[in-house]
Design a protein around this ligand. Structure first.
Ligand code: GDP
Length: 366
């Protein structure tokens, strides 16, 4: 047999190559999958948070927003571990109707605080965002400059669940942010719903951002919300708007005089500002510092935080009790019958309530 002629060696011949590795490093994908699937243990969350690791802080907030029972248990332990490291901050509530300039304000104000050496966390309460498709912090372009700062942490609101659930998650997020070293916590709400009452249960100082309207100064915002405010800021006091803003300031000052005095000895203030041009923001910071100094000195600052915690305790008890009561099928049935009798004038609502309670306790005793 004739030997086959040897092919001349050439760079043009196709050489049998080696298997090409996947474009994505398998070690890395394996690692990432593990990272995604495996939830950190409580100790890992705590360690990361106390180090100021923002990714761990974010994951911890996702955990406390979860309604899954096993997550709730981890969250409970996490909060307990972080509580001793919390509390050392000013908790500032900011509200205002959409368009009043909240995000512009928080961005400029937040950056100025960071430049003063503070660590700023921004949280939001917006239980309406599911309905309105993210009216508040859903828009990622908000606060872009602030979000790139190392000492800032911005967290869009928990968008699902009841107002009570969202408020709880926000309060717990405050604790985690404080444990992570943020000494200025800003909580934003849209200023049109009940979330302001929830926020007033979390914050030390409440700032209401307004704009000078066309003569209807007091209409846009509910009176109850104005009563909660420690400071009213008429924003957009720039250009042609300055005069209108000054006029609005006077009107609000007059309106605030009619409100009952606050128990903390503080007289609510009204200021004008322009978030866009960074005018008046330092004056706002000075007012907040004055408030903190006054209320720390007269004991209200601490007392208010204690009262907030105790109110949460009692609200939670009432909520658990009423859930337990209304969920019992026997009670549901009895209520249906009873309601009709009450409406027909055959039964007193007080007596019916007593009967229902008796029934409830007999079910509980079982
Ligand atoms: P938010 O919906 O309350 O968060 O309001 P934004 O911060 O998104 O502001 C709504 C609009 O008002 C934007 O176009 C801002 O640029 C503008 N704006 C905010 N603050 C000021 C201000 O101080 N002066 C002026 N002229 N415009 C402002």
């Amino acid at each position: 047999m004739k030997n086959k002629p040897k092919k001349p060696e050439s760079a043009l011949n196709v050489q049998k190559g080696i298997d090409q590795p996947s474009k994505v490093n398998p070690a890395l994908t394996g690692g990432m999958e593990k990272f995604r699937k495996k939830k950190p243990a409580v100790g890992e969350y705590v360690e990361g948070i106390l180090k100021g690791d923002r990714i761990m802080l974010s994951r911890a907030i996702t955990l406390i927003e979860s309604a899954r029972p096993d997550d709730r248990e981890t969250a409970r332990q996490l909060i307990n571990e972080c509580l001793p490291h919390s509390g050392k901050s000013i908790r500032l509530g900011i509200t205002g109707i959409p368009g009043s300039g909240k995000s512009t304000f928080i961005e400029v104000f937040g950056i100025s605080l960071i430049e003063k050496g503070h660590h700023v966390a921004v949280l939001a309460i917006d239980p309406s965002s599911q309905r309105s498709k993210g009216s508040i912090l859903g828009d990622k372009t908000r606060m872009e400059n602030l979000s790139t700062r190392t000492n800032a942490f911005i967290r869009p609101s928990a968008t699902s669940g009841t107002l009570g659930g969202v408020a709880r998650a926000t309060r717990e997020a405050v604790i985690l942010c404080e444990a992570a070293g943020y000494d200025m916590i800003i909580i934003e709400t849209v200023g049109v719903g009940q979330s302001e009452t929830a926020v007033s249960q979390i914050v030390d100082f409440f700032l209401l951002l307004m704009i000078a309207g066309a003569g209807d100064e007091l209409q846009g915002i509910k009176r109850g919300i104005m009563e909660m405010a420690d400071l009213l800021v008429i924003n957009k006091a720039d250009g042609d708007n300055i005069k209108k803003a000054e006029l609005a300031k006077k009107e609000y000052e007059n309106a605030l005089h009619l409100f009952p005095a606050l128990p903390n000895g503080w007289i609510p203030k009204v200021l004008t500002a322009s978030a866009l041009y960074n005018h008046g923001l330092d004056g706002i910071w000075q007012i907040i510092l004055q408030y903190v100094a006054l209320t720390k000195q007269n004991g209200y600052f601490e007392k208010n935080r204690h009262n907030q915690a105790l109110k949460i305790l009692h609200d939670s008890i009432l909520l658990s009790l009423s859930n337990s009561f209304y969920k019992k099928p026997e009670i549901k049935e009895m209520i249906n019958q009873t309601e009709k009798q009450i409406v027909d004038g055959k039964l007193s609502p007080y007596e019916a309530a007593q009967e229902l309670m008796k029934k409830y306790f007999s079910i509980i005793k079982g």
